[in-house]
Structure formats: C-alpha cells, structure tokens
Design a protein around this ligand. Structure first.
Ligand SMILES: CC(C)(COP(=O)(O)OP(=O)(O)OC[C@H]1O[C@@H](n2cnc3c(N)ncnc32)[C@H](O)[C@@H]1OP(=O)(O)O)[C@@H](O)C(=O)NCCC(=O)NCCS
Length: 212
C-alpha cells in the first residue's frame, strides 16, 4: 500500500469513491485525475492531472478507477494492472461483510451494503449503496450492483453486467455477462443471453451489449 491515492474520475461516482477512501483513513493524501480540464477540484479534493497521468504514478501512488461505466472501468483497470499498479479495494466502514467473503482489487463496497458469508466478488466491481448480496454468490469482474439491489443466495452474475437500482434476483439464479437488468426488475429464471432486461418478472428489451 502507498501513502497517496489517486482516483481516476472526479464526477458523481468518483466523489462517492473519494468519500469512502477518506473515511477509511488509510492514505496521507488523496487526489483526482480527470480528463475534463474545466474541473479543478471535486468535493474539496484537487484534480492533479488527466487519466493517462495515472501511468506516471504507478510507483508512488495507489490507483483507483472511479468511473461508473463498466466497460470504461475495465479498460482502464486492465491497463493499470498490466503495468503493475497497486489497486486497492475500498470498503465503506458502515458495511457488514460476512466470513469467507472475497473481494477483488479495484472493487468498491458502499455504505449500508451487506455481503453474506462465502460470497466471491470479482475485481473492478461496484457494490452500490444499500445493496445486499447473500451467501455463496459469485459476482464476476466489472459488475455494477446498483443501490438497493437484493441478490438471494447462490446467485451468479457474469462479467460486466449491470443490475439497475432496486432490482432483485431470486436464489440459485445465473445471469450471464454483458446484461443490463433494469431498475426495479425481478429475475426469477436464469438469463443466458446478454442484453437489456426489464420488468417483473424480467423480459428482454434489446441486446444492449457494451452500452454500459
Ligand atoms: C433498463 C434501462 C437501462 C433501459 O434503458 P434504455 O435502453 O434507454 O431503454 P428505453 O428507455 O428505451 O426503454 C425500452 C422499453 O423498456 C421499458 N423500460 C425501461 N426501463 C424499464 C424498467 N426499469 N422497468 C420497466 N420497464 C422499463 C420502457 O418503458 C420501454 O418500453 P416501451 O418500448 O414499451 O416504451 C433503464 O431504463 C434502467 O432501468 N436503468 C437503470 C438505471 C439505474 O439503475 N441507475 C442507477 C445507477 S447507480
């Protein structure tokens, strides 16, 4: 672990990431990188350069990709990993994390989240405010679990999927990678084809691949 943390992305998601990092109280200094030159600071934290500048700081800073889009986050995190960057896992102090839970690098777990025992969450994931992930789940890399999502036991979510705010997934369900489950949706059967799914129970509305 390094003494400085650089967060790539100073907009809404990046701000929440920074707030969590501040509350963890592990870094002597925290700064943002952002490609929007008009943004000089965000929530009182200085923007010290552009996203590509991250590669100049691999030796002296921890780096965290604070970008909500799953594809963009994956692209940047994978390049940083290849270059040997130190990528922390950020966990808000007000979370409940069960025994034998594994969380990958570059993953953020936000306030009010409950992750029950024996669940594995991959790298570069967002587990957003107040989500619950029950026992024995397997959440793939670069998944976004939005605020208030509920996953029952033994659920599997494939790489890069995005579960919209307040959606629910019943127990023993597999959702393949590249899916977008809409706000408030309920998934009671396996989803085997990438695409956008909405409603209760969900129906497929389009292919949606790589839009999120
Ligand atoms: C699923 C979602 C991505 C679809 O967006 P989109 O591809 O732009 O889809 P559209 O808005 O064109 O809607 C397509 C159809 O699905 C319906 N639909 C869209 N989202 C829906 C939802 N969550 N529940 C029920 N129906 C929905 C629309 O009414 C529309 O139906 P119609 O063709 O009969 O008019 C979006 O509606 C959604 O739910 N986003 C989640 C946002 C979220 O969770 N944000 C939190 C971020 S932290």
């Amino acid at each position: 672990m390094k003494e400085k943390l650089l967060i790539i992305g100073a907009s809404g998601h990046g701000k929440v990431v920074a707030d969590i990092a501040l509350k963890m109280n592990k870094w002597k200094s925290i700064a943002f990188l952002d490609d929007d030159e008009t943004v000089k600071s965000s929530m009182g934290i200085e923007v010290v350069g552009k996203s590509l500048d991250a590669f100049k700081h691999i030796q002296d800073c921890d780096l965290f990709v604070g970008i909500g889009n799953n594809v963009t986050r994956e692209t940047i995190q994978e390049k940083l990993e290849t270059e040997g960057a130190s990528l922390p896992t950020l966990i808000h102090p007000a979370t409940v994390i069960g025994d034998q839970v594994e969380l990958g690098v570059g993953t953020v777990v936000m306030a009010g989240v409950v992750v029950n025992c024996c669940t594995e969450i991959g790298k570069g994931c967002i587990v957003n405010t107040g989500a619950t992930i029950d026992h024995d789940n397997l959440v793939g890399d670069y998944v976004h679990i939005s605020p208030g999502v509920n996953l029952a036991g033994m659920v599997k979510i494939g790489k890069g999927s995005w579960l919209g705010i307040g959606s629910s997934v019943s127990n023993n369900i597999n959702i393949t990678g590249g899916c977008n489950v809409g706000a408030g949706a309920v998934v009671v059967k396996d989803i085997t084809e990438a695409g956008v799914y909405v409603g209760v129970p969900v129906r497929r509305v389009n292919d949606g691949w790589q839009r999120f």
